[in-house]
Ligand binder design. Sequence first.
Ligand SMILES: Cc1cc2nc3c(=O)[nH]c(=O)nc-3n(C[C@H](O)[C@H](O)[C@H](O)COP(=O)(O)OP(=O)(O)OC[C@H]3O[C@@H](n4cnc5c(N)ncnc54)[C@H](O)[C@@H]3O)c2cc1C
Length: 470
Amino acid sequence: MVNIKRTVAVVGAGLSGLAAAVRLHDLAKNWDKETGGKFPLEIHLFEVSGVLGGRASSRFCPERNVWLDNSQHVAMNCCHELLDFLKRTELLEYWKLQREMTFCVRRPPFSGKSNLRFMPFRNSRWLPRPLHLLPALCGLKFLSRLERFELLGICQQIRKSKPAEGISISEWLDDLFCPDRVMNLFFEPVILSAFSEQLENVSARAAQKLFQEVFFSSRDGWHIWIPQRPLREIFDTALTLVLEKMGIHVHRRTSVKRVHDGRLTVSDSEAGSLAEFSADAVILAVPWFQAGKIFPELVSCRTLNPDFFEPRTITSVHFWSDRELFSCANLVLPQETIQWIFRPPFIFEEKGICYQALLSDSDHCAAIDPSVLEHLVHEELKMLFPEANFRDFFVRRSPAAVFSCGTQLDEGRPTFLTPIPSVFLAGDWTATGLPATMESAVRSGHIAAAESFEFLQNLPESTRNFGGSP
Ligand SMILES: Cc1cc2nc3c(=O)[nH]c(=O)nc-3n(C[C@H](O)[C@H](O)[C@H](O)COP(=O)(O)OP(=O)(O)OC[C@H]3O[C@@H](n4cnc5c(N)ncnc54)[C@H](O)[C@@H]3O)c2cc1C
């Protein structure tokens, strides 16, 4: 029987920190299944900003008086840990599963009246796995008949063979004699959407793992979950109530300046004062470029090399149209600069319909002036939808939205352990085996929670920390 109440401090209320806090609560609550005994645990969550959710959040747009998401977030149906977290926190009801995607291309001549071709991508009802996508792949009519046939052969090779260690997916596709157009119009959009990275920078093994999980090992892994409310409403407003019920203490606008062994130096941004907070264990769930500043031992002991991670930009452009542009939920545009167009289902306005255009791996856009970018997107939209009128463009660039870590997905990424046994790491950038996604963040939070809980259970009773409020 443990009598001493233990205290855990989770630093950062992005998805990794939130998942860690919730999992810790559940582990403590279900500690002794036989007797129903709980592990006495106090969980404190520190967040520098005023809102929870980290990168998966929304920002207020004063010009239109609406909350616009920090770019469209979607989750694949194979993101099991994220879905578990959403179910556990009753947030899944804010998301909708989409079982179909629509590819869209312009037919030549690329001018005059709207001349778009829409190609639905959905599972066959009758064919068993792994043939369930055969009709969808054959229906990608922006590829020639021969190219589609070659695509089927390459998919089969990806499913069955193993790429050499250390090669990129573009090298592997070259080895498999993948035609350029198949590479550019099919594999590039898929890889860019998943990794926010060009083909030559993604390891063949990581890409193969993705294809296996998403397309081959189940029928519905590639189906996508789309939020039906602004992210802020989901991960801040709704989740706050759940955290309150769980008794998790949330400290907003509280920046953690330094993590020591069992102690945090925190700063209340409103009062501007510094205070000390004691904890038996700490989970550091901040981005890689913050972690080394708050906890320099990570860098001095070479657990973390911040230069290893190359930040990648994601650009989204919200715009308003005077009419409905398409009847499906969203479009994939393999031939355009815009890769996806989404229609946020929660923004209703009399004066126009709000859409969001997404440009992944838009590092090349980072140097372009937003007004020029707006012009580029506008021109492309006019060619796609010549009958529509567009206005109010909001360009939003997220410079360190995700990261590239070269062609080795996990090598060089730290695990949850740190040089100090009571301090644990979480974050989409830790060694989860996944690219920078919500799934990676939640998985890292779950691992850090399990490891820190194990640590706390084995802590000798004589080791006492006196949790103190900041
Ligand atoms: C534009 C954009 C589009 C994306 N699209 C998708 C998508 O479609 N699908 C998908 O799966 N993923 C997507 N992602 C990635 C996804 O948002 C992230 O992988 C995930 O949210 C990361 O969570 P995290 O907890 O690891 O980090 P973060 O969300 O960065 O959380 C870290 C938290 O720590 C806080 N913090 C930092 N320093 C301190 C400090 N000193 N003291 C206290 N708190 C601190 C920060 O304020 C933040 O809240 C996208 C990201 C962006 C930016």
